[in-house]
Design a protein around this ligand. Structure first.
Ligand SMILES: Cc1cc2nc3c(=O)[nH]c(=O)nc-3n(C[C@H](O)[C@H](O)[C@H](O)COP(=O)(O)OP(=O)(O)OC[C@H]3O[C@@H](n4cnc5c(N)ncnc54)[C@H](O)[C@@H]3O)c2cc1C
Length: 330
């Protein structure tokens, strides 16, 4: 069904990384009008390793499936709005490590583009992100999310810890396109750049290293979900063949819910939108959402949406003769 919507001044498109290019395509705007539309899709790829824990460390699934534990958690919540029900198991220990081995790898050395290499070499730039549940004051493993990505069954007498890895600085680029009927096709093109596989492999090694930390000796009992290896305290982590880890990566790698850059902002006539969020080649049409992010940033991306919204709002207010509040610069 076709619908015509008119506006007097300008349209601000804000349907997200997938939605905004989709709306453009369905409105008859194509890559012939602006070649950058739908290119450059990027994300923090995700994978997880999961382990069985000592059963005296609870996981959420055990609380939710045991009426007595669930009632006790509910009572605590009702009394003080705290306790197990307000904890999101799996997110209290978050690290963004820089894995130096990556920068000595063949995959890194073979990157030809010096600008990309310099970007990756920035000493403040992390290589990956790993999150898991740990009490930061005592360094003890506490209430866990339970198993998240591994296939069931998950017996309730067992407790599980999930380590999630979110690859930073992915260099693979996917696309969003549309066919003649207006069906939108998303091709994430995961792992098309060999560097991303290197980051994933070294992330798995880092997770295994953490799982064997002497701090938690005896707490983690067995690997439930991970590469085809014999996980044990005396294992040679560096000696695990890359191919074994790569096979697991290929099996499980997924998008990390942080997609961006399908209408990326560029300077000097490049990019889908200009620095004022205007879609190049069109008048009266701006895009204000994560699709305009020019690079894959090293963070969880809700904040990008806030920053993009704020910057765009200030620009538009100013252009229209309004005053920007708080004295903050544009
Ligand atoms: C499951 C999940 C968990 C996440 N967790 C976190 C987190 O913990 N922390 C964090 O920082 N980030 C998180 N993110 C990422 C963060 O939510 C996104 O990066 C951010 O919301 C993107 O903002 P956006 O405005 O670009 O797009 P969106 O938030 O997706 O907004 C786009 C809006 O457009 C609407 N829309 C799309 N198409 C149309 C259409 N044709 N017509 C009308 N409306 C349309 C959609 O319904 C939506 O409301 C998570 C994302 C997901 C999916």
């Amino acid at each position: 069904m076709k619908e015509t919507i008119r506006c007097n001044d300008e349209i601000i498109l804000s349907c997200g990384t997938i939605g905004s290019p989709a709306v453009l395509f369905r409105s008859g705007i194509t890559t012939k009008d602006n070649p950058a539309i739908g290119k450059n899709l990027t994300d923090h790829l995700i994978l997880s390793l999961e382990f069985e824990l000592n059963s005296n460390i609870l996981s959420h699934h055990q609380i939710l499936e045991d009426p007595d534990l669930a009632q006790a958690a509910l009572n605590t919540y009702r009394l003080g709005k705290n306790g197990d029900l307000v904890k999101f198991g799996g997110s209290s220990g978050v690290i963004f490590p820089r894995l130096e081995k990556i920068y000595k790898s063949k995959e890194f050395n073979e990157i030809k583009d010096t600008e990309t290499k310099e970007f990756l070499m920035n000493p403040g730039r992390p290589s990956t992100e790993i999150w898991f549940m740990v009490d930061l004051s005592s360094n003890k493993l506490t209430l866990q999310s339970g198993a998240v990505y591994s296939p069931p069954p998950r017996p309730k007498e067992k407790s599980y810890i999930t380590f999630e890895g979110l690859m930073q600085n992915c260099l693979s680029r996917g696309t969003i396109t549309a066919d003649e009927e207006g069906n939108v096709l998303v091709d994430p093109n995961f792992l098309s750049h060999p560097f991303d596989m290197r980051v994933a492999i070294e992330t798995i090694r880092a997770i295994i290293r953490i799982s064997l930390s002497s701090k938690w000796k005896g707490d983690i009992k067995a690997m439930l979900w991970g590469p085809e290896i014999q996980w044990s305290p005396d294992m040679d982590i560096e000696g695990i063949p890359d191919e074994v880890l790569a096979a697991f990566v290929r099996k499980v790698i997924n998008h990390g819910y942080h997609q961006m850059s399908t209408l990326a902002m560029g300077k000097d006539g490049e990019g889908a939108v200009d620095k004022d969020f205007r879609l190049r080649g069109f008048q009266g049409l701006r895009v204000v959402d994560l699709s305009v992010c020019p690079i894959l940033t090293n963070n969880h991306t809700q904040v990008n949406a806030y920053v993009i919204g704020e910057v765009a709002a200030r620009k538009i207010v100013k252009e229209n003769g309004g005053a920007v509040m708080n004295g903050t610069k544009n």
